[in-house]
Design a protein around this ligand. Structure first.
Ligand code: ADP
Ligand code: MG
Length: 485
């Protein structure tokens, strides 16, 4: 590779796990009904004043600690001044100038295809989200529900080098926000948005010296991880072409936007047109001194994150690293898994069911674990039915598929479908002989020493019983009966 790629991310994530917004008492919850979760402060009515939500500051500080950032002695807020229809105040309350932010100078280790990487965090700051503009042909409507929703912005140093690394970093952050109870971090609800900065430099130059970095191109508002991946790869290709054609040097620093439809980045504005936000300290919110004891208490309250839970699954439950990785990927899945275990399921059986059948079905049906009717208690019941040999594992899959969306319990489904496993030895002996009578040629082969034909014959028993015969009994019976011939 002639060129080295540098990528820095600005990741915005709404804090969804507070009752109210960051500076007002409006509910902080997602709703489809426009302009219902609002208070005069969110609408910028004259004379209204912001009040800082302690819970939002606490969540932000917890994120700051997880990212090994320094927490300042005081935090304070600043005004970022600009006009846009979705910003009725004419400014956004944010934290810009160091040491104002809830976190500065942190780092995060994360895994990229089995390899550990580290990225430095420049800062993490707490701000308010803007309203949203919904466009309907020639008409646009403003929905203020989002105005004032607490937003965490994380700014990395340009320590990432590939689209894979950038996406792995974002996935790790999403997992942290979910496990720490900070945010659902759901891109489908627009809770995560990214600005992606990309440049390329000659490989033989030292990347630790910023003077060697290429020209930073910022891609605004990429709303999905897939979009981040595609935008980075497109931009690497575009910039490489410019280098190869000798046009890179004359390219000015500028901002582009990701166009999902065409799969390209499009010029938005140059550095010369950059907005001067005229930051100044927000006069309506006093500086907040961060009490040492409070900080310590927040640190103690950091819940077990994905990596810690994964260790438990491997060391205490005997789950493979591969399966444990799958189980902890989404917090809701890990929670489901742990509940089946606390209800008495064997950790390995539960892991098999969750990683294969459950996640496979969710994938196929395009559902999330929160959208299904199957509960951990139902899965435990199902596992027990198989363990006590009341149903075969093949039947269990059928029952599972039924319970997944119907809400019926496994026992109900078994009863309704008459799915009791056949363990009646006499009946299986009868069917085994029926099979043997139908296949004299196979008996001949068996006698010539091809004992593996038993597999085929057992298969015939399963076929005749429509999968209800107990496979262990079917196999031993067939072995005995064929020996008698
Ligand atoms: P600005 O002052 O233009 O906002 P910053 O220095 O604050 O720029 O950086 C914003 C983001 O851009 C950070 O995530 C940073 O890591 C990234 N960045 C800075 N320089 C480069 C570069 N040359 N290539 C890629 N990313 C960069
Ligand atoms: Mg900046």
């Amino acid at each position: 590779m002639k060129y080295k790629v540098l990528i820095g991310l600005e990741m915005h994530c709404e804090i969804s796990e507070t009752n109210t917004k960051v500076f007002s008492s409006a509910p902080n919850e997602y709703t489809d009904k426009p302009n219902t979760n609002i208070r005069p402060v969110d609408m910028a009515f004259p004379g209204t004043l912001p009040v800082v939500n302690k819970a939002a500051v606490k969540k932000a500080l917890m994120a700051s600690m997880i990212l090994h950032c320094q927490q300042p002695e005081y935090i304070y807020f600043e005004r970022k001044n600009y006009y846009y229809p979705d910003l009725p105040k004419g400014f956004q309350i944010t934290q810009e100038t160091k040491p104002a932010p809830v976190g500065i100078y942190g780092k995060l280790k994360f895994d990229v295809n089995g390899e550990e990487k580290e990225v430095r965090i420049n800062n993490l700051h707490l701000e308010e989200d803007a309203a949203s503009a919904d466009h309907y042909g020639r008409i646009s409507k403003i929905n203020y529900n989002r105005a004032g929703v607490p937003l965490l912005e994380l700014v990395t140093e340009p320590d990432l080098h590939t689209a894979d690394e950038a996406v792995a970093f974002l996935e790790t952050m999403r997992s942290i926000y979910q496990y720490a109870g900070i945010s659902e971090a759901d891109s489908k609800k627009g809770q995560i948005r990214c600005d992606v900065n990309v440049s390329i430099m000659d490989s033989n130059q030292d990347e630790t010296n910023p003077a060697n970095w290429g020209t930073k191109i910022e891609i605004k508002n990429v709303n999905s991880f897939g979009g981040v991946r595609d935008a980075i790869n497109y931009e690497i290709e575009r910039q490489t072409d410019l280098k190869e054609n000798g046009q890179y040097a004359e390219m000015q620093q500028h901002t582009r936007r990701w166009d999902e439809e065409s799969g390209t980045t499009i010029f938005m504005r140059s550095k010369v047109d950059a907005i001067d936000y005229k930051y100044f300290v927000e006069p309506n919110i006093p500086k907040i001194k961060l009490d040492k004891n409070w900080l310590e208490q927040i640190r103690q309250e950091i819940p077990a994150l994905a990596s810690e839970r994964k260790e438990t699954y491997i060391n205490e439950y005997g789950i493979t690293n591969y399966d444990a990785t799958i189980l902890v990927k989404e917090k809701a899945v890990a929670d489901f898994y742990e509940e089946t275990i606390s209800l008495g399921a064997d950790p390995k059986s539960a892991s098999n069911w969750v990683t294969t059948n459950l996640l496979g079905s969710l994938n196929k049906l395009d559902l999330t674990i929160k959208e299904i009717a199957l509960t951990p208690a139902m899965l435990v019941e199902l596992i027990n039915l198989v363990d006590t040999k009341e149903i075969s594992s093949k039947q269990a899959k059928e029952v599972f598929a039924h319970c997944l969306t119907s809400g019926q319990t496994p026992k109900e489904v078994v009863k309704e479908k008459g799915l009791i496993q056949m363990s009646d030895t006499g009946e299986i002996v009868r069917i085994a002989n029926e099979v043997l009578d139908e296949h004299p040629d196979v008996i001949e082969q068996y006698k010539k020493g091809r004992t593996n034909v038993v597999d085929f014959l057992v298969g015939q028993i399963m076929k005749k019983t429509r999968g209800t015969a107990n496979p262990t009994i079917a196999r031993s019976t067939m072995a005995e009966e064929i020996a008698k011939r």
